[in-house]
Design a binder for this molecule. Structure first.
Ligand code: FAS
Length: 392
């Protein structure tokens, strides 16, 4: 069997790419390891940048988010010393976030792709990606019945996330791998409770960071910095709410709306960038190309940005016989990936101070406070923050 573009993975990257190619009449096939029910339930991101909303709107993919998404333009910082909020609609480029759970966006993108006549095979795991250095790459996948199938294509888009297989097809040494383990872990929580405040809240506390982000009217996402290797099941609902109330200083600023904890998982803060994010006929998109910590809500937004750039480049090549945009794909994406990584790194060092009382930890926590004070007092710093926090 063959098609023009083989897309590995039905996350935001693979689905936006597939929808844009389908709309341009380019033959493509999406292969997704999980079931449809699983991917439509998997809760992850929720803050869509203005550029993401633009791309989805321009391509007829924004009906759900325009109907149910909610504008968000305020973030609030709390430390032992101060509380202040930034209304970023009046800062930087005046852009705001749209809050729309990633699983709802994935559900919309799947429905739209199938409506457009797209071919999407669930429970079909790609096992191999081959001959990406030739002009006839091919993949081997295993379908739900365990049968092996071979698919030929002209291009392969690796949209298979942080644990995918496609990037393993790149010969060792052919690309530079930049990695950083930030040494920070978050207990990522979903609570069946309405949001406790109107803003995204970042609480900086000697016991560790705590975060509060809306996801929907009845579900709120919280983060608690925890030790590396922590077992999420070791955190009872009671212990979670007690720790959140402590770090969010509920005694000073008011109680949190509590409810059952629906999901608890540990997310280690790691960054990973490949350079280039293409090799021969293989193009990497989203988490498969670069992994970023959720501290600045960038991962899903980078995936959509790269999917648009790659779709336009593939269409230029296949329809207009212009290979230049494809050759430039990495060059067009990497500067924006690195800018997002730099901002995310800055956020990690704003929100987390090292534990302990040795000179280094005390010094770094003093830097952290200075960062916070600069953000609180300098309008120019706030403009720079807003531009990077919402922008891509
Ligand atoms: P995805 O991982 O979403 O999709 C990859 C797809 O490929 C998956 O469906 C997978 O099943 C499939 N796949 C993998 N291997 C395959 C194979 N061999 N064959 C076929 N299919 C295969 N980002 C934000 O912007 N903001 C946030 O607030 C945020 N919070 C997060 C919280 C958590 C707990 C986690 C885990 C991530 C969070 N992220 C956040 C990051 C996340 O949203 C990713 O950046 C985003 O899903 C990236 O999209 P994709 O690149 O499409 O990868």
């Amino acid at each position: 069997d063959s098609t023009t573009v083989l897309i590995v993975g039905a996350g935001p990257a693979g689905l936006v790419l597939g929808n844009l190619l389908k709309a341009a009449g380019v033959d493509c096939l999406i292969l997704e390891r999980q079931s449809r029910a699983y991917v439509e339930r998997r809760a992850r991101a929720g803050f869509l940048a203005a550029n993401t909303v633009r791309i989805l709107e321009e391509n007829g993919l924004a009906a759900g988010l325009l109907r149910d998404g909610r504008q968000h333009d305020t973030c609030l910082f709390r430390s032992e010393h101060a509380e202040f909020e930034l209304k970023y609609s009046g800062l930087g480029r005046g852009e705001v976030h749209t809050v729309y759970p990633q699983q709802d966006l994935v559900r919309d993108l799947i429905a739209e792709f199938l409506d457009r006549g797209g071919e999407l095979r669930f429970e079909t795991a790609v096992a191999e990606v081959n001959d990406i250095g030739s002009d006839r790459p091919w993949i081997v996948c295993r379908n739900a019945d365990g049968e092996l199938q071979r698919w030929n294509g002209r291009y392969v888009a690796g949209c298979d996330g942080r644990h995918g297989v496609s990037r393993q097809a790149v010969p060792v040494g052919a690309v530079r791998q930049y990695r950083r383990d930030h040494g920070i872990s978050w207990l990522a929580l979903l609570a069946e409770a309405p949001q406790s405040m109107a803003a995204v809240a970042y609480a900086i506390h000697d016991e560790g960071f705590a975060g509060h982000m809306a996801r929907s009217a009845s579900v709120t996402r919280y983060y608690l910095q925890c030790a590396r290797g922590e077992d999420p099941q070791g955190w009872s609902d009671r212990r979670i709410w007690d720790e959140l109330q402590l770090r969010m200083q509920a005694d000073r600023y008011g109680p949190l709306h509590q409810g059952p904890i629906l999901e608890r998982r540990v997310v280690d803060m790691a960054s990973h960038v490949m350079d280039p994010i293409q090799y021969g006929r293989l193009f990497l998109v989203g988490d498969a190309a670069s992994l970023i910590s959720p501290s600045a809500a960038k991962g899903a937004n980078l995936a959509v940005m790269e999917a648009e750039i790659l779709a336009k480049a593939l269409i230029a090549d296949l329809r207009d016989d212009d290979e230049r945009p494809l050759a430039r794909y990495s060059e067009d994406c990497l500067p924006r990936i690195w800018r997002a990584q730099e901002f995310s790194h800055w956020m990690i060092n704003l929100l987390h101070g090292p534990a302990g009382n040795d000179d280094e930890a005390v010094f770094l926590r003093a830097l952290q406070r200075a960062r916070l004070e600069s953000l609180r007092n300098s309008r120019r710093h706030q403009d720079h923050f807003a531009e990077n926090y919402v922008g891509i």
